[in-house]
Design a protein around this ligand. Structure first.
Ligand code: NAD
Ligand code: 3PG
Length: 522
């Protein structure tokens, strides 16, 4: 019996499916009718879609088993990311896995428009041979304008250089180095880009700029427009208007505001508009790459890891094993802190130092916060939705820097204004070691099973607890004691070889001087 159940709603590369099947029971469809998806979501740990389906809040909510949703592809605009995050669902995608396919398809469309390939094909099939009627234009020496120099945009630039085009791009989110590295001239506005190019191609997410009549009119007369990114980035009515006036000579479209486009789409009237049914990422190679990347991400996320292709959790730039160790340290620190300090404050103060500063810090904050909240909130809370759940609980996270950004990763936690809640944990060669517990300095390598007593420092308490544990035939592997000062608050941490039964815990609780008893087991 496999531990997970996964629904795949649209054709996934066979390599990805095979990987999923090693770890999960998989129900895979070539194309699940979209209207059937809401009724099928129950009982799956993960659901994987492509562009034919939408994962809305309504569809994702109310499925206790669901932990991960995935978009097997680049664009996650058909997943309600805010809803997924609030619901604690990890969102996986496959960034870059189909970027070469999409870039090559962009050139397919470009060549089809510039060289009248589809019109010529139709003409020959109809028995014609009028070569003069289908005179085309070369890409060589043309000025290509790219909006969005991301994974696809950079591949477009690479191919364009092969055609000896000059390449200019607009992407306000990238550094100059990226433009230089790809031999692309940078412009800092669309207004600067559009008048000086022959061919425009857009490669931004759906949230990118919308090119309506005003912006498209800035293209020189006779320009060609390509959209293999997302429907709606190029306004279809505006494009039709400019095709009609002859301002725009031709267009290549792989994506549409509504897919498939309605029969009433004005652009169908123009022979120099070449259209494909969202084929940009549809090559065998890309589907294989997308399938494997998605499948690995989904299984990692189900296993509680943070894969590099998770969309709604900050991703630390470190090795898998190191991340796993830090995740464990965050769990231990958060759980022990929340259990020993059950009355929460309003402000949780977290100090990170050592190797968890930098790119790891945003993820670490969420991981620790999730572990603290897990002890307090019944609702599902995890690294994905920790910040949202904290806000719902009226808890604010205050992050303090202590300046040290190398050395052993160290987490310090306390409720603001309550120094006796301070908990300090260091990760030493992969093992969490507590340095301070509930404000009491102690040095405790964290065991698999620990029993902690909170008690009054007084003669006989330790011996009585030890005797009771022995009476239940449980071996004590290690013992640590700490106190604020003689006769004051004290803690005892016992490493036990076997689980203490409830009767033993009750017996310890009944001993004079004992304030509370806690058990932590893996
Ligand atoms: N047709 C297809 O089958 C197909 C295949 C793959 C990708 N896509 C789509 O192509 C697009 C690009 O994909 P990608 O993998 O390169 O994404 P990406 O995230 O790697 O790159 C997108 C780039 O757009 C830039 N950008 C964002 N907003 C912008 C704005 N307002 N103005 C200018 N630049 C902006 C970003 O800085 C980034 O560099 C996405 O919409 C994706 O969904 C379509
Ligand atoms: O975002 C993507 O990866 C592309 O739009 C491909 O979509 P598809 O998976 O439906 O082919």
């Amino acid at each position: 019996m496999k531990p997970y159940k996964i629904l795949v709603t649209e054709a996934l590369g066979p390599e990805g499916l095979a990987f999923l099947r090693q770890h999960a029971e998989v129900d895979a469809y070539d194309l699940l009718p979209p209207e059937d998806l809401p009724g099928l979501m129950d009982g799956y740990d993960a659901v994987i879609i492509r562009s034919a389906h939408r994962l809305t809040r309504d569809i994702m909510a109310g499925h206790p088993r669901l932990k991960v949703v995935a978009r097997a592809g680049a664009g996650v605009d058909n997943v309600d990311l805010d809803a997924a995050t609030e619901l604690g669902l990890a969102v996986i995608n496959a960034p870059g896995a189909n970027a070469i396919a999409a870039a090559e398809h962009t050139f397919g469309l470009m060549l089809a428009v510039m060289r009248n390939i589809l019109l010529g094909d139709q003409h020959v099939r109809e028995g014609g041979w009028n070569r003069q009627a289908y005179l085309g234009q070369e890409l060589y020496g043309k000025r290509l304008g790219i909006i969005g120099l991301g994974r696809v945009g950079r591949n477009v630039a690479r191919i364009a250089h092969g055609f000896r085009m000059t390449v200019t791009a607009y992407d306000p989110y990238l550094t100059d180095d990226i433009f230089r590295a790809h031999n692309v001239t940078r412009v800092t506005s669309l207004e600067a880009l559009l008048p000086d190019i022959d061919i425009l191609t857009i490669h931004t997410p759906k949230s990118g700029p919308k090119l309506g009549l005003d912006l498209l009119s800035r293209l020189p007369r006779g320009a060609v427009v390509i959209n293999a990114a997302r429907g709606g980035l190029i306004d279809e009515d505006a494009l039709a208007t400019l095709m009609e006036s002859g301002h725009i000579q031709g267009a290549g479209l792989d994506v549409f505001s509504s897919e498939p486009p309605p029969k009433t789409l004005k652009l169908f009237q123009f022979p120099h508009v070449v259209m494909t049914p969202h084929l940009g990422g549809s090559t065998h190679e890309a589907l294989a790459e997308v399938g494997v990347m998605t499948a690995r991400g989904v299984i990692d996320a189900l296993n509680g890891l943070t894969p590099p292709n998770i969309v709604n959790v900050p991703i630390p730039d470190i090795e898998h094993d190191q991340l796993h160790a830090l995740d464990y340290a965050a769990q231990v620190a958060g759980r022990v802190f929340a259990t020993l300090n059950p009355v929460p404050g309003h402000h949780l103060v977290l100090t990170l130092s050592g190797d968890i500063a930098g790119s790891v810090a945003p993820w670490m904050r969420q991981a620790v916060l999730a572990a603290v909240l897990q002890e307090r909130v019944d609702d599902r809370v995890n690294t994905v939705n920790a910040l949202i759940k904290a806000e719902e609980q009226g808890i604010r996270l205050l992050v303090e820097e202590d300046g040290a950004d190398s050395g052993e990763p160290t987490l310090k936690l306390r409720w603001e204004g309550q120094p006796d809640t301070e908990t300090v944990l260091t990760l030493r060669q992969g093992t969490p070691v507590f340095k301070v517990l509930a404000g009491i300095p102690m040095e405790i390598p964290w065991p698999e099973r620990a029993l902690i007593t909170r008690h009054q420092d007084a003669p006989g308490v330790v011996g009585k607890v030890g005797t009771l544990v022995g009476q239940y035939d449980i071996n004590i592997g290690d013992l640590h004691l700490g106190r604020t000062r003689q006769g004051d608050r004290a803690l005892m941490v016992l490493t036990l070889d076997t689980s203490p039964p409830p009767a033993l815990l009750n017996a310890i609780r009944a001993l004079p001087g004992i304030q509370d008893v806690y058990v932590f087991e893996e």
